[in-house]
Design a protein around this ligand. Structure first.
Ligand SMILES: *Cc1c(COP(=O)(O)O)cnc(C)c1O
Length: 376
């Protein structure tokens, strides 16, 4: 069996080990230290001066964002249905109810018209949603102008889940900088990684100070341990932050490589009828974290996305159906949903192709030969 080709595996730039070595040499192994400060500074520069708290995961960042926005039991929080569970699980950690909103076809992200409909319907039922979690799936920017203006009209704060969208831009501005709070993930499969990790970003300094406080067990200012609130152990370690500093040096290069992967697949498969790709709209720039394709079996002569997935698997190449929408997940049965079926049909016909920035020429050729064998 040939060596496995992964969907998206960690890709070190080389300098990470230098920062980790410094952490060891100075014995800053804990969740304090110069790498955390340095990584937060790097992220702040990258996002136009936002305030940043480095955390243990993107999910932790969303959890704290919801707490800081005051979400409580009996509240409702609107969330993109077409996402990964990390976006909405923290709503349930707080005992609140997720209200899922479907995608539109141009970006595959939250449909502004359906968002408006959802807000109005929830208000008519007596409950104004407490927050909105907007996701930029696969790195493609959502329609932020429309979504933000609707949220502002109703006075509902927005958490921008840019876990998959680090480095993508919308009208020249980085994703994560549009919402009241932005979040990044540095999990192992993301465009840059700290092995596991995340970030909480905001223009609001108080929000970020609060996130730091809550992420280190909410310790009040006293010589002994004093607590007047419930805290969490969510801070990033200084060792992981060292990996992050090295990764920031190669982030823009990773984006170029991921975009090259996208061009490779589009040039290869775009010629076959029934295979289509999500294109960038005007004024949007995607990091192309994962290259995704839609396979319409009615036009491919019967080849489905599952045929494609299995053909790749047979050659030890990983691919994955597009994320299964949250409103179709057994665990969220019964949660309110506003939709037209767009995300469900994306799930049925869509596939994520191997997209690592560290894929070499021979790996790309292996993928290519499977794809051509199937479609030609
Ligand atoms: C990965 C991911 C998360 C969660 O981030 P973790 O760092 O894995 O906790 C949240 N939302 C989306 C869209 C993601 O892809």
């Amino acid at each position: 069996m040939q060596e496995k080709i992964y969907l998206s595996s960690p890709h070190m730039g080389g300098q990470e080990i230098k920062y980790i070595q410094e952490a060891f040499d100075t014995n800053w192994i804990s969740p304090v230290g110069p790498n955390i400060d340095g990584f937060e500074r790097d992220l702040s520069e990258y996002t136009d001066g936002l305030n940043v708290a480095a955390l243990s995961s993107g999910t932790a960042a969303i959890h704290l964002a919801l707490i800081i926005l005051g979400v409580q039991q009996t509240d409702e929080v609107i969330c993109s249905s077409f996402t990964f569970a990390g976006s909405c699980n923290p709503i349930v950690y707080l005992g609140a109810t997720p209200v899922f909103v479907d995608s539109e076809e141009e970006t595959w992200n939250m449909d502004p018209e359906l968002l408006r409909k959802a807000i109005e319907d929830r208000i008519s039922k007596g409950k104004t949603p407490k927050a909105i979690v907007v996701v930029h799936l696969y790195g493609m920017p959502a329609k932020m102008d429309e979504l933000m203006s609707i949220a502002e009209q109703y006075g509902i704060p927005v958490i921008e889940d840019a876990a998959e969208g680090v480095g993508s831009t919308y009208h020249g501005k980085k994703l994560g900088t549009f919402g009241d709070i932005g979040i990044f993930s540095f999990n192992g499969n993301k465009i840059i990684t700290t092995s596991g990790g995340g970030a909480f970003l905001s223009r609001n300094v108080d929000f970020v100070q609060k996130a730091r406080f809550l992420s280190t067990q909410a310790r009040d200012n006293a010589p002994h341990y004093e607590h007047s609130q419930i805290g969490y152990n969510y801070r990033m370690s200084n060792v992981c932050a060292g990996i992050g500093r090295g990764q920031m040096e190669v982030l823009d290069q990773h984006i170029l490589l991921r975009r090259k992967n996208f061009d490779f697949y589009r040039d290869l498969l775009g010629v076959f009828s029934g295979v289509s790709f999500l294109l960038e709209r005007a004024n949007t720039f995607s990091n192309r974290w994962l290259t995704t394709a839609l396979i319409n079996p009615e036009e491919t002569g019967g080849i489905s996305r599952e045929d494609l997935r299995l053909a790749l698997e047979e050659e030890n190449i990983e691919s994955r159906p597009l994320w299964k929408p949250m409103h179709l997940q057994p665990v969220f049965t019964g949660a309110p949903f506003y939709g037209t079926g767009v995300s469900e049909s994306l799930f049925i016909n869509g596939i994520c192709l191997p997209s690592g920035s560290n894929m070499n020429e021979s790996q790309l050729q292996r993928v290519k030969s499977v794809l051509l064998r199937l479609f030609s």
